[in-house]
Design a protein around this ligand. Structure first.
Ligand SMILES: Cc1cc2nc3c(=O)[nH]c(=O)nc-3n(C[C@H](O)[C@H](O)[C@H](O)COP(=O)(O)O)c2cc1C
Length: 114
C-alpha cells in the first residue's frame, strides 16, 4: 500500500473539494491518502513518510496562491528528489497554477513527475 500526501490551499473551497475527491479515489484504489491544508504544515518534517505528493492550488491573477509559493520552499527542504509528484487546482479560464507548480517541482533536486 502506498501513501500519498495531498497538500493544498483554497480561498473559496473549490480546490479543497478537489483534494477530498482525489483522496477518495486514492483510498478507493486501496492506498492511503492524507489531505492537509498547507497553512497547517509548519515545517519540512510534515512532508516526511510519503511515497507520492500532490500539490493543489487555485489560480489567482494567473499565478498560484501565495501560500503555495512559501510552501514550495518548505517542500524543497524536505528532499523529495526521486519521489512521485503531481499538481491540481481549480480555475475558470487560464489555469496557470497547476502548470507552474509542475514546472517548479520538475527542478531535478525536487521530485519526479508521472
Ligand atoms: C480575483 C480573482 C482572480 C482570478 N484569476 C484567475 C486567473 O487568472 N485564471 C483562472 O483560470 N482563474 C482565475 N480565477 C478563478 C479562480 O481560480 C476560481 O474561482 C477557483 O475555483 C477558485 O478556487 P478556490 O475555491 O480553491 O479558491 C480568479 C478568481 C478571482 C476571484
Amino acid at each position: 500500500m502506498k501513501k500519498t500526501l495531498i497538500a493544498y490551499d483554497s480561498r473559496t473551497g473549490n480546490t479543497e473539494k478537489m483534494a477530498q475527491y482525489i483522496a477518495e479515489g486514492i483510498r478507493f484504489s486501496g492506498n492511503e491518502a492524507d489531505v492537509k491544508r498547507i497553512r497547517d504544515m509548519k515545517s519540512e518534517k510534515d512532508l516526511v513518510g510519503y511515497d507520492a505528493y500532490l500539490f493543489g492550488s487555485p489560480t489567482y491573477h494567473r499565478d498560484m496562491i501565495g501560500t503555495m509559493k512559501t510552501f514550495l520552499f518548505t517542500a524543497q527542504k524536505a528532499d523529495l528528489a526521486g519521489k512521485l509528484a503531481g499538481s491540481f487546482g481549480s480555475y475558470t479560464h487560464s489555469g496557470d497554477a497547476p502548470k507552474i507548480i509542475l514546472d517548479t517541482t520538475s527542478v531535478p533536486t525536487f521530485c519526479r513527475q508521472q
